[in-house]
Design a protein around this ligand. Sequence first.
Ligand SMILES: *[C@@H]1O[C@H](CO)[C@@H](O)[C@H](O)[C@H]1NC(C)=O
Ligand SMILES: *[C@@H]1O[C@H](CO)[C@@H](O)[C@H](O)[C@H]1NC(C)=O
Length: 390
Amino acid sequence: MKAADDVRPRKPGESAHSRAAMGIRPATKMQHHSKPTSHFYFIFILLLLIFTPRVDSSWWYIGALGARVICDNIPGLVNKQRQLCQRHPDLMQSIGEGAKEWIKECQHQFRHHRWNCSTLDRDHTVFGRVILRSSREAAFVYAISSAGVVYAITRACSQGDLKICNCDGHKRGRDSDDRGSFDWGGCSDNINYGIKFAKAFVDAREKMVKDARALMNLHNNRCGRMAVKRFMKLECKCHGVSGSCSLRTCWLAMSDFRRTGDYLRKKYNTAMEVTMNQDGTGFTVADKDFKGSTKNDLVYVENSPDYCLMDRAAGSLGTAGRVCNKSSRGMDGCEVMCCGRGYDTMRVKRVTKCECKFRWCCAVECKDCEDVVDVHTCKSHKRPDWLDVT
Ligand SMILES: *[C@@H]1O[C@H](CO)[C@@H](O)[C@H](O)[C@H]1NC(C)=O
Ligand SMILES: *[C@@H]1O[C@H](CO)[C@@H](O)[C@H](O)[C@H]1NC(C)=O
């Protein structure tokens, strides 16, 4: 089991097909053992194959485990992560709860896209094989997941849920902003602790191998962490004679996670294709005309598939059955969403609240109104005739 920790979850450039063939590799080794022991060796390998957790699993799975965070049982933690898990079970609890939130945010951001950030039930990889490819989508998932850890831990610190951290103790005394001076008070979110822990925990896996994918992940993880910090805001309470606000007490607070989601989604749209430097220390932007820094940009190494059709090897679910918008020219439009395969239209009755009246005091009464709407869903791929046996 332990050895599996150290296996890289994925290799860039390795095709999905060669991954699928991975299980065959140990069997090839067997040919060097043609002694009688080879029988036992075979069984041993077989057991190892059955009980070795899938190597491409990740800490993301903590979210699915809920309250049962038992560090030894989470597949896909590397040793450093396992140690942090054992030392800080309460932090893992927060990371797990946070995972549900950032996954929801990812699904919100991509609800109109062919790839919609869907997760697979009871699958250690959480997102399936899609993320094995070093694509734009993988860049987004790494960024938002590491942002999610920062957010969850920082919030838990402020709520006093954790032994190791608290509100930011550096925010004391007097200070000033463009509206004048104020006193620090209340509980400032300890974003720097959140960032520090997220970096140690999330980046641990990428520190094990130096390849393009590890560099890509580290870069996007950092973008995600910084995205949360970007939206810290000053919140204040007014004091003074009859609310004159001559005295203010202020604290630094994180904005809603939606802000981070929206920001990273924009960064997804403008993500940069890169290749690794010769010496393996950094990136070169693929676009030769690009001058500047990729510091705040998401980066990716491989082009995305079109996600049109179901492709198990690539982890694509395809868009058959997805709801599309007939009048939209965007990603959610039927042309784009259905990849030109066409769509089915269904008339459905919809019940909505209507004619709402305010009744003194204090209730709102509505009627149930029915209307009929057309719902369009993408057709599935028509199998070519020659595939129809019988
Ligand atoms: C995402 O799309 C798949 C089909 O491509 C669909 O089964 C699933 O319900 C969608 N998930 C969300 C969260 O919209
Ligand atoms: C469909 O797209 C149009 C144009 O973008 C938009 O105005 C409308 O609200 C969309 N309808 C739904 C149901 O999302």
